[in-house]
Design a protein around this ligand. Structure first.
Ligand code: AMP
Ligand code: MG
Length: 274
């Protein structure tokens, strides 16, 4: 690998205990993977390496990786799943998209459906949206009492600490796009017949609440970037750079986990396949 993933990670990470300064973070990230060709090459290499490491993770079956993708409409959550995990065998990766809670889900506490979807040991789990919607859309649209929402930041930190102490490594990415980029992407959904199906009039309602969403994001980044589960704010106006950054960090983190094939306690030479 030619890139320095630690430097990339340091540039996008929200240091625990520090303010995220979301508004000061740019959506372009030109210093990280300046060249498109090199970024696409790095993405390819990392995606392949992620697959190999996942194979070891499964053989080991003692730990799991949970990748959380958050971002406003059109920020590229689906595209990230496709771009970063497309080399992984379908048996090793579980993707869960969290939409509006069902009646049954609403009848439980908000973490219930989330905990059920946490990857089992040996797996990589990817969340397309997550429990963070419960301090985003729920807050901005007033879907729960303010006091209840206020308690959730500490609850989420405790939940994630519990997971991390029980063999789950968490990687949380906010896909950070500019308001102008979102305008173009929403417009493209109207202009391109094959993309019309992706358009949802409610996306325009959410776009009107842009500032409220940014503020809600800033609050969760300030309060839920912890030592056991720090946030990364990924410049996402350029899709190829977004994918390269996320793939580099997922790959780097998996390498640090260093999953290894188990050693057997018997001698293969004692057996003979007839
Ligand atoms: P999409 O990701 O475009 O398929 O849309 C999923 C929708 O579900 C988004 O509008 C989210 O805001 C919404 N959503 C996700 N989680 C929740 C939640 N906990 N409460 C209410 N709405 C949610
Ligand atoms: Mg949507």
């Amino acid at each position: 690998m030619t890139h320095d993933w630690k430097a990339i990670d340091a540039a996008v990470r929200v240091e625990p205990g520090k303010k995220s300064k979301l508004r000061a973070r740019d959506c372009i990230g030109a210093d990280l993977f300046p060249e498109r060709e090199a970024a696409e090459e790095a993405l390819k290499e990392c995606a392949k390496a992620i697959d190999e490491l996942q194979d070891r993770l499964w053989a080991e079956r003692s730990r799991a990786l949970l990748v959380i993708l958050q971002g406003i409409d059109t920020s590229g959550k689906d595209g990230t799943v496709r771009g970063v995990f497309n080399k992984c065998g379908p048996l090793g990766v579980n993707v869960t998209a969290f939409g509006k809670p069902s009646e049954d889900e609403l009848a439980h506490d908000y973490l219930w459906r989330v905990h059920m979807a946490v990857p089992k040991k040996g797996m990589i789990g990817v969340f397309n949206r997550s429990h963070y919607e419960d301090v985003l859309v729920v807050k901005v649209r007033g879907l729960a009492p303010a006091e209840a929402i206020e308690q959730r930041y500490a609850q989420i930190n405790a939940f994630e600490k519990h997971l991390s102490e029980n063999g789950v490594t968490l990687l949380k990415f906010m896909l950070h796009i500019s308001k102008e980029e979102q305008r173009e992407r929403l417009q493209a959904r109207l202009d391109e017949p094959e993309s019309n199906w992706k358009f949802n009039p409610s996306d325009l309602e959410d776009r009107k609440l842009w500032d409220e969403y940014q503020a809600a994001y800033e609050t969760l980044l300030d309060r839920c970037s912890t030592a056991h589960a720090p946030w990364r704010v990924v410049p996402a106006d350029k899709k190829w750079r977004r994918n390269a950054i996320i793939a580099a960090i997922v790959h780097g983190a998996l390498e640090e986990m260093a999953p290894a094939y188990p050693r057997v306690d018997w001698r293969p030479s004692d057996f003979k396949v007839e």
